[in-house]
Design a protein around this ligand. Structure first.
Ligand code: CTP
Ligand code: MG
Length: 387
């Protein structure tokens, strides 16, 4: 329960578009920038501003996913948030959001989730028929097909961003008349102005750009990577894995096959050394864990060997701007006798990761499941470097 007074300001975050131009495998709002989605970043910005009602307009069928992002971003302000279902056009989606406003709200901001990196301050800076705008930097031309018809003076133009702020009653009335007339407007300011109200501009923010294409997504990724705290420091990660003996066929451990040794059981080949390394690397980079990337939801990894796990992990890290520094692994178990094949295992694993991997083995003086030869327990530590 919040002890805050009910806010008189609300923000409608429209996230119901499909993202055709981005072409991701999910609606645009749920495409990841880093480990967080576009919507999650937008909401992080919104909740960093002063308390207000937050209405997220989600694509039909994705309300649950929107709810998770909302809860994660809201922290202890979860009772200010609510998810509603959007419509076929942006205008219908905004209208769906407006229908969920609390009675006490008298100022509404309308914001595109696609402007994921909009600075928090912009979300509350002025709220009465105001829109953030940026000067146009490109040279503009009026065209007709392939032909250039005229030059355009860019000093007369500016690019509109969100959040755009309006007095609630006037905006609601403007939406009602837009619906009656059947006209689709490109943004809320245009719709508001068409209803005869004036709109004032404030300065927008470079970071408030809209993620529309892959190039925009990459721009957002670079901006986040550059500004993340601790981004220039190496990062460590820890991974552990335990597997019981009792699998089919020969043992696979540390990337090697061990003929005549009892196999470990598991969804893949049971190579606990490889799995601990994967968790240590993903953990160091803050990219989730082995279950998320390789678990039973990914049947393509059933029975897979270390080379598949490690090369994919290396790829995932590279995609997120991390190089691998080194990995140190130790397993506890009576079998196999590791010493004679240590150099071979280290060379193989190092090759797979493109970084030094050292492997040590120890027994536990007969204690515990490892000492009773029921299974193997592995701990790995990894160092990764942002590049
Ligand atoms: N939007 C919405 N409902 C729609 C269409 C768009 O809520 N029916 C939202 C989008 O989710 C986005 C914002 O309006 O946050 C701006 O739209 P745009 O950038 O065009 O996003 P999409 O419509 O998803 O992308 P595209 O046009 O490439 O399909
Ligand atoms: Mg669109």
């Amino acid at each position: 329960m919040s002890i805050l007074p009910v806010p008189d300001i609300a923000i409608v975050v429209v996230a119901a578009g499909s993202g055709t131009r981005l072409g991701g495998d999910a609606p645009k709002a749920f495409v990841g920038i880093d480990s967080r989605s576009i919507l999650r970043h937008a909401l992080d910005g919104v909740f960093a501003a002063r308390p207000m009602q937050v209405i997220v307009v989600a694509p039909s069928g994705f309300e649950g996913q929107a709810e998770s992002d909302l809860l994660a971003a809201a922290g202890d302000r979860a009772d200010l948030g609510r998810v509603v279902t959007g419509g076929g056009t942006r205008q219908e989606s905004v209208a769906a959001g407006l229908a969920a406003l609390w009675a006490d709200v008298d100022t509404v901001l309308v914001h595109d989730a696609a402007r994921a990196l909009t600075p928090p301050a912009a979300a509350v800076d002025g709220a009465s028929g105001v829109i953030p705008m940026l000067p146009v930097v490109d040279t503009l031309k009026k065209i007709d097909g392939e032909a250039i018809v005229a030059a355009v003076d860019r000093a007369e133009l500016a690019a509109a961003q969100t959040p755009q702020g309006f007095p609630r009653r006037l905006l609601e009335a403007a939406y009602a008349s837009a619906r009656e007339s059947g006209v689709e407007y490109t943004d809320d300011a245009a719709l508001f102005a068409a209803a005869g109200h004036s709109v004032r501009r404030i300065s927008g923010a470079e970071r408030g750009f809209k993620i529309t294409t892959q190039a925009d997504l990459e721009r957002a990724q670079h901006l986040l990577a550059a500004s993340a705290p601790g981004r220039s420091l190496p990062r460590v990660g820890l991974g552990t894995d335990v597997h019981a003996f009792g699998g089919e066929g020969d043992l696979w451990l540390a990337g090697l096959e061990w003929p005549g040794e009892q196999a470990l059981s598991g969804h893949s080949d049971g190579d606990a050394v490889a799995h601990a390394i994967v968790d240590a690397l993903l953990g160091a980079a803050g990219l989730g864990d082995i279950g998320e990337h390789f678990g039973t939801a990914h049947p393509e990894y059933s029975g897979a060997h270390a080379s598949v796990f490690l090369s994919r992990t290396r790829e995932i890290l590279a995609e997120h701007g991390f190089a691998i520094g080194n990995v140190s692994v130790q397993f506890q178990g009576n079998r196999p006798r590791f010493g004679p094949r240590r150099a071979e295992a280290q060379a193989l694993l190092s090759g797979m990761l493109g970084a030094p991997v050292s492997v040590t083995a120890t027994t536990t003086d007969g204690l515990g499941f490892a000492g009773r030869a029921e299974g193997i327990s592995v701990t790995a530590v990894a160092l990764v470097i942002p590049v």
